[in-house]
Write a protein that binds this ligand. Structure first.
Ligand code: GRF
Length: 210
């Protein structure tokens, strides 16, 4: 029976939500192997909320109320209560603009995998250009090649173990917009390739232990 149990995850996003939508659509087409019963958002009115609603995915808007560590911890505790109630084991970050605390990461610590089950997409070839504006920073630095990074989240900012990277060239006729758009396509690909392999590996692991 357990071998049919899906991977249960939440998607976290703060803004437009094109990555979140890509992940939610992938889950809905996964034949029940990846279940995403919740989208977490920290910004009222963010574009991602309408995208999730269109797909019929329940949404929880949980802003940080106030400033500083205490306020962020309080927000995280509200989120963790929801995740625990729904048996959510993975967090897929997709343009989520909050820094995750070590306490929050502990909820997702996976000794077998040796990582936290929290995954993030970053729009540069880490360790180059960490921070909020990977495309803008790479563009302004005049790189000839840029890329995207999918990584596990650790206690640093954009420092966790890399899962995969994809690169693209800066073209002579690029603008920042076309440069970014090319990167975004790779973000969607890299996330769904990871989800497909996670499903395959989880199925293999369950078979081994059946
Ligand atoms: C993406 O470039 C992602 O890598 C970065 O923020 C952007 C979010 O875009 N962290 P969207 O909200 O998924 O459209």
């Amino acid at each position: 029976m357990a071998s049919n149990a899906p991977i249960v995850a939440a998607v976290f996003a703060s803004g437009n939500g094109s990555n979140a939508e890509n992940i939610l659509r992938f889950a809905q087409n996964s034949g029940g192997r990846l279940s995403i019963p919740l989208l977490i958002c920290d910004k009222e009115g963010a574009g991602v909320l309408a995208r999730a609603e269109k797909l019929g995915v329940p949404r929880a808007v949980i802003p940080v109320e106030g400033k500083g560590r205490e306020a962020r911890r309080a927000q995280e505790d509200k989120i963790l209560a929801l995740l625990a109630k729904q048996g959510i084991k993975w967090a897929f970050l997709a343009g989520y603009m909050q820094i995750i605390s070590p306490e929050f990461l502990k909820f997702f610590a996976d000794e077998t995998l040796g990582v936290n089950r929290v995954v993030n997409i970053h729009p540069s070839l880490l360790p180059q250009f960490p921070g909020k504006d990977g495309y803008g920073d790479a563009w302004n630095a005049g790189v000839k090649k840029s890329g995207v990074t999918l990584h596990y989240v650790d206690e640093g900012v954009d420092t966790g173990p890399v899962i995969a990277q994809k690169t693209f060239d800066r073209r002579d006729d690029d603008t920042l917009e076309t440069f970014r758009a090319r990167g975004m396509e790779l973000e969607y690909q890299i996330y769904t390739e990871f989800l497909a392999s996670l499903i395959a590996e989880t199925a293999a692991l369950k078979k081994e232990h059946a």
